[in-house]
Design a protein around this ligand. Structure first.
Ligand code: GCO
Ligand code: MN
Ligand code: MN
Length: 388
C-alpha cells in the first residue's frame, strides 16, 4: 500500500543490524527467530521499503573471532546486499559490552590494558565504518558504570572516558574520516548505574574535550524515559547547543526495564511532541530506530514492525502540519504568547535598561488574572492527534 505516509530514503530513516536482526533472545529465554546474516538483514530492509540506511556495531558485521578470510567474505556479501537494495551505511559503532573482557567497562575500566584494548577495538571499528561510508560514529557506554561505588573513583572514570574520546578524535582527524561522534546516554542496564546517565550529562562533558566541535549526542527515547525524564526536552537541549548529531527512536513505559518498543507504541503524545520538535526545527539528521520487534514476532511481523516504525513517524509528521496550521491552535497560541517588542529590547542588559526595569511598576494581580487555556489547547491537540 502506497499512501502519503509511505517513507522514502530521503526521509533518512535507518535501522541497525542488531535491531531488525534481533532474534528475540532475552534474559529468560532463547531466541524465537532464526539468526540472519548481515546480507539477509539488508535484504529484509529492502523488502520493508523506503529505508535509507543500516547501521552496525563492528561485531554485528564481523564476529569478534572471525578470521581475515571470513571477514573479507562477509564484507563482500554485505556490500553486494547494500548495492542491490540501494541501502547505505550512515552510522557505525563499537561493541564494547558483549565480550567478557569488557565486563567492568571499556574506556573507564580499572585495568589499563582493557582501556588500551578498547581504544584499539574502536579504531578498528572506525576503520570498518569508514570503509562503508559511515559519517556518524556512536559511543554508547554499554558497561561504563558500576554496581558498587567502591569499585571506581567516578571523577577518575570520567577523566578516563574524556581521555579516550580525545584520543579517538585525534585518530579520526589524522585518518581524514571526518566522523561526527555522537554520545549516547543511558541511566542503567546493563550496569546497576552507568556513568553519564542522561543526555544532559554528555552535553556537560563535550565542552571539556579537546575537539568539542567533532562531538555531539545521540539521545534515545527509552533511555531518558527509563530515568523518568521528558525526552523532548533532552532533545531540545541538544538542538539548542547545536549538538544533536543522531537520534535513537523507540519507545518505553516509564519505570520499566529497557523495553526497546516500536517508536510511538507506548506514549503517542510524547512521540508527537518529539516529531513536532524535530520537524519544526527542520532537523536533518539520521533517524535511527533503535528498537526490537516483540519476541513473539516472526519474520513477517518484524517487517510490520519496521514499516510501522517509519509509518508512525510519517503520520505524526502529518499531524504536526495539521496542528501548526489549525486555526483554533493558532488563536490559542496568540492568546498565550503575549509578545512586546519594547519589553524584549528592554530585557537585553544595559545599565540604563536595568534602571528602567527597577523603576517599573507591575500589577501582580492583573498579571495573575490573564487566562491560560491550556486545557483547551491540550484537548485540541488530542482531537488533532486522534484525527478528528
Ligand atoms: C541499548 C543501546 C544500544 C546502542 C547501540 C549503539 O540500550 O542497548 O540503545 O542499542 O544504541 O549499542 O551504540
Ligand atoms: Mn537502548
Ligand atoms: Mn540506542
Amino acid at each position: 500500500m502506497v499512501d502519503a505516509y509511505t517513507p522514502k530514503p530521503k526521509h533518512k530513516f535507518t535501522f541497525g543490524l542488531w535491531t531488525v536482526g534481533n532474534p528475540g533472545r532475552d534474559p529468560f529465554g532463547e531466541p524465537t527467530r532464526s539468526v540472519l546474516t548481515p546480507a539477509e538483514i539488508v535484504d529484509l530492509l529492502g523488502e520493508v521499503g523506503g529505508v535509507h540506511g543500516v547501521n552496525f556495531h563492528d561485531n554485528d558485521l564481523i564476529p569478534i573471532d572471525a578470521t581475515e578470510a571470513e571477514a573479507e567474505s562477509i564484507k563482500a556479501d554485505f556490500a553486494a546486499a547494500l548495492k542491490r537494495n540501494k541501502i547505505r551505511v550512515p552510522m557505525a559503532t563499537t561493541n564494547l559490552f558483549s565480550d567478557p573482557a569488557f565486563k567492568d567497562g571499556a574506556f573507564t575500566n580499572n585495568d589499563a590494558e582493557v582501556r588500551a584494548y578498547a581504544l584499539q577495538k574502536t579504531m578498528r571499528g572506525m576503520d570498518l565504518g569508514a570503509e562503508f561510508g559511515a559519517q556518524v560514529y556512536v559511543f554508547w557506554g554499554g558497561r561504563e558504570g558500576i554496581e558498587t561505588d567502591a569499585a571506581k573513583d567516578p571523577v577518575l572514570a570520567e577523566q578516563r572516558f574524556r581521555n579516550a574520546l580525545n584520543f579517538l578524535c585525534g585518530y579520526s582527524k589524522e585518518r581524514g574520516y571526518d566522523y561526527k561522534f555522537a554520545l549516547e546516554a543511558k541511566p542503567n542496564e546493563p550496569r546497576g548505574h552507568m556513568y553519564f546517565p542522561t543526555t544532559a550529562a554528555y552535553l556537560a562533558l563535550i565542552p571539556t574535550l579537546e575537539h568539542p566541535d567533532m562531538v555531539g549526542v545521540n539521545p534515545e527515547v527509552a533511555h531518558e524515559h527509563m530515568a523518568g525524564l521528558n525526552f523532548t526536552h533532552a532533545v531540545a537541549s541538544a538542538i539548542s547547543a547545536g549538538k544533536l548529531f543522531h537520534i535513537d527512536l523507540n519507545d518505553q513505559q516509564f519505570g520499566r526495564y529497557d523495553q526497546d518498543f516500536r517508536f510511538g507504541s507506548a506514549d503517542i503524545k510524547s512521540a508527537f511532541f518529539l516529531v513536532k520538535l524535530l520537524e519544526d526545527q527542520k532537523w536533518d539528521g539520521f533517524k535511527h530506530f533503535d528498537s526490537h520487534a516483540y519476541r513473539t514476532a516472526d519474520r513477517d511481523d518484524v517487517i510490520a514492525f519496521a514499516r510501522g516504525s517509519m509509518r508512525t513517524y510519517m503520520m505524526l509528521k502529518h499531524r504536526v502540519k495539521v496542528w501548526n496550521s489549525d486555526p483554533v491552535i493558532k488563536k490559542l497560541l496568540r492568546q498565550i504568547n503575549r509578545e512586546s517588542r519594547d519589553l524584549e529590547s528592554l530585557c537585553a542588559y544595559s545599565k540604563s535598561h536595568a534602571e528602567t526595569l527597577l523603576a517599573m511598576e507591575f500589577d501582580r494581580r492583573e498579571l495573575a488574572s490573564r487566562p491560560l487555556p491550556y486545557e483547551e489547547l491540550d484537548q485540541r491537540t488530542m482531537d488533532i492527534l486522534l484525527g478528528l
